[in-house]
Write a protein that binds this ligand. Structure first.
Ligand SMILES: [Fe+2]
Length: 431
């Protein structure tokens, strides 16, 4: 029917061929559009997705050369994420943008054909790629905000871009813009998470140093307790490590150990140097360091939630004989049980005004005698693990200060066997 109204066969063929070609291109564009959805949401490298998107954009417009750019802000520039067809093009291609370029790209509608007079409206020549390579440019926008651009070079047989091709390009462009923005948001989020993690790590380092200084200040009251809080922090962290705790929990234990006696800043200095045991009134004042300390730290936003609990409950014991609240067994948080054990261990292996330091063997026998009634068996087992590592020299940094004493590996194995026997109530299990 169409042929019958044409005056010449040649002209008619051309007129028919163009709409058919356009129709095929429209069908291809719609097909590509439906393929792009899963492609853009697939969990794959963005560089691969960018190549697929650029292929679709080029096919829809008949381009044989093309570059897909994303906008990088501060300073504003277009950076290529995919390029096809150009004989020589830098990777990535970068085009710095002045504010007027950003404004022109953000306000232009659809795809524009570039001419010698219009390059400078949209692109600067200050990058590593010549804008003259491009004949068609389409900015990618989401809700009016510029997120990138597609720049196309030559078409098949060097033919000019037609109206339909530009419309198909625009149709696909909306979806590609969404994918580009999605990628930019993911990148920003990943960068912010990375920044926060680095900040947290530096904060933790800062906390560690600050708390170590604080721990030294707590123990300044008397020569006999110098270094006590720092050692308790280190012992507690090493016990937690040997129990298989993660780095954050180990750091929390070290910090809680450093601060466990913070309430002692309010205790009369005279009591620390008393050469005899404390009377009931003096003991009560000393015991109050748990509740006073808790009042001090409970309002502080520590990165570790366990600090106030450890400060209050490190003198609680499994059988309810501890203070200040007489908690029992699991009522005492594991962090407080670990710091409580580290505290006792250091107190016994250090001299006091009223006694010499107690030997390592006697200390451990005493702790074992009171396990599990007072001390957590798993924590005691971890303490023995660290001491054995010291004994065989497998600890990178020694767990124990040399002044605290030394035991042979066989002695520690003997203690570990005793502990195991106590935990299993003397029952034997066939394995
Ligand atoms: Fe204490």
């Amino acid at each position: 029917m169409v042929l019958s109204i044409c005056s010449g066969t040649y002209v008619c063929s051309a007129k028919v061929a163009a709409p058919q070609e356009n129709f095929r291109r429209l069908l291809r564009t719609v097909a590509m559009l439906s393929d792009l959805g899963p492609e853009m949401t697939a969990e794959r490298d963005f560089a691969q997705t960018a190549q697929v998107m650029l292929s679709a954009l080029m096919q829809s417009s008949g381009a044989t050369e093309g570059v897909l750019f994303v906008l990088v802000e501060k300073p504003a520039m277009l950076t290529s994420v995919a390029a096809q067809g150009f004989a020589l093009i830098p990777e990535p291609s970068v085009i710095p943008l002045l504010p007027r370029h950003v404004h022109a790209l953000a306000t232009t509608r659809g795809a524009v054909l570039l001419e010698a007079s219009s390059y400078d409206t949209f692109l600067s020549a200050n990058g590593n790629v010549a804008p003259e390579l491009f004949r068609c440019l389409m900015s990618l926008k989401v809700s009016g905000k510029l997120v990138g651009a597609v720049a196309l070079g030559r078409r098949e047989a060097d033919s000019p871009y037609d109206e339909e091709g530009l419309q198909y390009l625009e149709l696909l462009g909306h979806y590609v813009a969404l994918a580009v923005q999605n990628h930019a948001l993911t990148q920003t989020l990943a960068q912010r998470v990375g920044d926060n993690l680095r900040l947290m790590a530096s904060l933790h380092g800062f906390y560690d140093n600050a708390l170590e200084a604080f721990a030294a200040a707590i123990d300044v009251k008397h020569v006999n307790i110098h270094g006590h809080s720092i050692r308790v922090g280190k012992y507690a962290a090493a016990i937690g490590d040997a129990m298989g705790m993660g780095p954050n929990e180990v750091t929390a234990l070290r910090s809680a150990g450093y601060l466990h006696d913070i309430g002692k800043v309010a205790v009369d200095k005279r009591l620390f140097g008393k050469p005899t045991t404390l009377d009931a009134e003096e003991f009560r004042e000393m015991a109050d360091h748990t509740t006073v300390g808790h009042q001090i730290v409970v309002g502080v936003q520590f990165p570790w939630a366990c600090v106030p609990e450890v400060v209050r409950w490190h003198h609680e014991r499994a059988d309810g004989s501890g203070y200040p609240d007489g908690l029992q067994n699991e009522e005492v948080p594991i962090e407080a049980r670990i710091v409580g054990l580290a505290d006792t261990f250091d107190a016994m292996t250090s001299p006091r005004p009223y006694r010499e330091r107690i030997s390592l063997g006697t200390t451990l026998n005493d702790i074992l005698r009171n396990t599990p009634q007072k001390f957590d068996p798993t924590a005691v087992q971890a303490l023995l693990v660290q001491l054995r590592r010291d004994a065989v020299g497998s600890n990178r940094a020694p767990f124990l200060e040399s002044s605290a004493g030394h035991l042979a590996p066989t002695d520690i194995d003997h203690l570990a066997a005793n502990l195991q026997h106590k935990i299993s109530n003397g029952r034997l299990y066939l394995t």
